[in-house]
Design a protein around this ligand. Structure first.
Ligand SMILES: O=C[C@H](O)COP(=O)(O)O
Length: 276
């Protein structure tokens, strides 16, 4: 074999590996550790949080479990979970893009770290709906990563956009704008949440979600390299104890972002178990 034959042979193999990884689920990597996140939104009180912690029990899970309470309860939830040895990690529902300053009512990434947070949800459709742009979301992701918080970046299309066949283009733009010019995205988690499935009881069929997850993974690999294969991509939108197992069976669904069904510890634990 001549030198140029060897080079073209190697090039062909490399191209084949990349093409395969773009078209199918990764086979050469270990399965990503599942992540199951509770987003309590603007629900719960001190009494119901205390009951949740009691009911959650001391069980530990092979999945990473994250609970995101409303911000006034972050500190007390951290204290309760440490005191009672609970196996979940703390996350916030939002963060400001700037490090500090005159932003009445907002909370910074440093402050979230200070009260025990490791994760933060960014770009949830309920915040996009009140005016958060892709660019602002990008700044929040950057600030969180620089501070040491793990961003859970939410993306997803509206019902109208899906009907118009724009799901992939909408989601691609949301992902790429949020992660623009970032060299290291290894700490990012993506959550695909079709807006029409959130809080409606009309969850996406697992195969429908899998299709978008696979597309998101291919976008990540194309723009950030093969290691992007290891980023968890979660599904969110009317996930419940009785459909969690079906999502966990999908190759590219690495966990769930759960709203309503995370308010009761028993329901939430059933959902976690589906990924363990
Ligand atoms: O963050 C969670 C999602 O918005 C899903 O909410 P849901 O499970 O109540 O539909």
């Amino acid at each position: 074999m001549t030198q140029s034959n060897i080079e073209s042979y190697i090039e062909k193999i490399v191209r084949q590996v990349v093409t395969n990884s773009l078209q199918t689920s990764p086979v050469s990597f270990e399965r990503i550790k599942p992540v199951v996140v509770a987003n309590w939104k603007m629900n719960m009180t001190l009494a119901s949080i205390s009951k949740f912690v009691d009911d959650f029990g001391t069980e530990s899970f092979s999945a990473e479990v994250v609970v995101c309470p409303p911000s006034p309860y972050l500190y007390i939830l951290d204290a309760l979970k440490k005191q009672q040895n609970r196996s979940f990690t703390l996350g916030a529902q939002n963060v400001h893009a700037e490090k500090s300053g005159a932003y009445t009512g907002d909370v910074s990434a440093d402050q979230l770290l200070d009260v025990g947070c490791h994760y933060v949800i960014i770009g949830h459709s309920e915040r996009r709906a009140i005016g958060e742009s892709n660019e602002f979301i990008h700044q929040k992701v950057r600030q969180s990563l620089e501070t040491g918080l793990i961003p859970i970046l939410c993306v997803g299309e509206t019902e109208e956009e899906r009907k118009q066949g724009k799901t992939n283009s909408v989601v691609e733009k949301q992902v790429l704008t949020a992660l623009l010019n970032m060299n290291d995205i290894s700490k990012v988690i993506i959550a695909y949440e079709p807006v029409w499935a959130i809080g409606t009881g009309q969850s996406a069929v697992p195969e429908q979600a899998q299709e978008v997850h696979q597309f998101i993974r291919s976008v990540l690999i194309k723009h950030f390299g093969i290691l992007a294969n290891q980023l968890p991509i979660l599904y969110g939108g009317s996930a419940k104890p009785d459909n969690a197992k079906d999502y966990s069976a999908m190759n590219d669904i690495d966990g769930l972002l759960v709203g309503g069904a995370s308010l009761k510890a028993d329901d939430f634990k059933k959902i976690i178990s589906a990924f363990c």
